[in-house]
Write a protein that binds this ligand. Sequence first.
Ligand code: SF4
Length: 891
Amino acid sequence: MERALVPQSVRTTCPYCGTGCGVLATPQPDGTVLIAGDPDHPANRGRLCSKGSALTETIGLEERLLYPEIGGQRASWDEAMDLVADRFRETIDAHGPDSVALYVSGQLLTEDYYAANKLMKGYIGSANIDTNSRLCMASSVAGHRRAFGTDTVPGCYDDLETCDLLVLAGSNLAWCHPVLFQRIAAAKEARPDMTVVLIDPRRTMTADIADLHLAIAPDGDLALFRGLLAHLADNGRIDSRYVESHVAGMDAAIADARALDRAELLRRTGLSEAEIDRFFALVAKTERTVTVYSQGINQSAIGTAKVNAIINCHLATGRIGKPGCGPFSVTGQPNAMGGREVGGLANMLAAHMDIENAGHRAIVQDFWSSPSIASQPGLKAVDLFAALAKGRVKALWIIATNPVVSLPDADAVERALASCPFVVVSDVSNATDTLPYAHVRLPAAAWGEKDGTVTNSERMISRQRAFLAPPGEARPDWWQVAEVARRLGHGAAFAWKSVADIFAEHAALSGHRNDGSRDFDISAHAGISRAGYDRLGPFQWPQSSGSPAARSRFFASGGFFTPDRKARALTAHDIDPAVDCDAYPMTLNTGRIRDQWHTMTRTGKSQRLSSHYAEPFAEIHPSDAERLGIAPASLVRLESPHGRAVLRALVSLRQQPGSVFVPMHWTRQFASAGRVGALVTPDTDPVSGQPASKHGQVRVSPFAPALYGFAISARRPDPAGAAYWAIARASGGWIAELGLDTVPENLTAYARRLFGADARAEAVSYSDNRTGRHRIALFDGNRIAGALFLSREPVAVSRQAVIGELTREFDDPARRFNAIAGRPAADTPDRGAIVCACLSIGVNQIAAAVRSGSAVTMEAIGELLKAGTNCGSCRAEIRQIIAANRPVAAE
Ligand code: SF4
């Protein structure tokens, strides 16, 4: 293949979640790339989830940004780099270093991140570099730093498998860290005595392995863990020896926890006495306890307090840093940890050093020999875009992220970008919602095309390796940063010949004047050669030059990174957010779904990944749906004080009454009004600056189009003019879900425009104005150009049967009417909604197998249908379908 760099397998790392799975990528002669899990990688041991398995479908060149552009016109790299450097220099000269900013991403490789941070903090002299990781785990960072004196994850993945009690707090591992979930599920299967508690307002797929699900009230976690600390103290479970030797402030934390009375505990958590008692007793009696937490804890106005409340319980019991014990933050992004290690957050310095610490500033400046060093924290993400709106930041470089979708109050972000005098965007995609606001667009090298390292949630540093040549003129992000730095007069400090040189410098800085005073130390790799870097296998930090053998856990014997080497137990109180509950009575919860990643610039290219959920949805409880007059599969309007969205109603008992869940992924590229960021209030945690993306307030009402529509199209459909639309890739083309304000006057003309079909396309159609049902299919020769189904109610056709028409040949004209039948042929069963994306197995197939009694276990379903036998990400859903249908089978 033209783009392949090497013909053999390349060991690299998945670019999605913080599990950090190793991948074997093998370019094939036909231009495809075989993707498999790396059996030797310690994070996944050969497994991949649905997203990792579909990586080969996301590396095509459609929608790639291939050349630099200035003002929408192709430019050379020299022209683009000169302009970026000139505008940044002019702005700094006129308004000072804090008038410019970088907004970067946990998608960056560590070396990219290192270069960007060095330029901003050491050479421009401002700390105005923040990252989309602020939206993901900043509260964990803040909680770690407050408790441990530094941002350390004390344990490792093995602890999640070897503990006796695993508490999953605000963490839907089944969908957000699927391979880690599979490791835990396998451990639990092997050791059924291992107990799993899930704390989550929603009954997510993770509940599949939970012995106890606590459907906690939104933000009730702080009260729960304060109550737990009081319970541990009242029942003699404090490890006094550990606390006396290694923890300061525990007496005050316990007194504070005891001040929370039972009634308040019940009110805040929304749990029953029995549920709370059971949870407290489990933790009290189980020495080997791990608490895993992620966005449900972090994305809150009290996120840092929640993190510290969890850590308090582990410090109080000495359950930290030992096998099978500890608090464990899992990161959302592939390199959130690497970004933290290089100081990619506005309030940190490189190598886990503190910006507020003059000694640390001197170490970094000395190492860099830099003309300046940022002396105070810069603007955190939400504040950065507020400063942009106020004109305080006048030049912004956005790298590898899509803030018009992902930030809270996303419409205000859009207005801020529109008002900014100079915006640069580096991206791999030419179709993001942020790109229209860029004065300069810079094409970045994508996964598979660039080299570097990433760090996963257990401090494991792994190589990403290139196996494809970058297309067009795409360049790695570190190279772009270095080119601008050179033009700003700092060439010598950014004169890296390769990414290996950056890694060596990063490693050397981690050991510079360290002597065990800082946790992050990989100085064993400071002298790494390019060949050594090419060979570098996964390793867990720290690996200092003095003791290169890695230590996999921290703090079993204290040794915290505070001045007195003691940890800090913290006190914290709940706050009642000031929200207008009359106007916006429902709580908005946002999050990920199984098969999409962030703003879909990559996973949206895969028809396989789009088959699980093909449009944005709002998941609401049946009682709310009934009260609000919302029928299943109808459309709903969500409004907040900041914006609105129109989504498909998913009525589900998994949701709590009074709450609505909306996925975070959809953009204007795929839906008319699916950006949940537009609804989210820009409230942030006062310590971490992390937005409260899981606790918004909205009102929900029916959105009633005159007609609902469903369409398939061989080309990308053009739904312009529809009151609602959502499109997704499907096998052989695209699908579209539609809501129309009026019945098209000329159905054929409407269909032609929707499908991009010309006037020669032949039509078969059916219309019934009395019932409001209209159907039309257009044909280009013997292939279908598209088919459209309209009705007054949500369109009830078999989606999978209709999608199948996209790959069919219609040699017999009489057969064409079947294309608008909307149901499978008599001899073809209707698969229903796809559950197993890898093998395209639908819910109806699984349910039918269970009901008939031919397969009533996970293993039997696997044998009969193959469902769940590839990546295994769907196994939790399959188990639910089995459970829901088994009683019928037993009758
Ligand atoms: Fe990638 Fe899935 Fe592994 Fe996460 S769990 S790193 S998304 S393969």
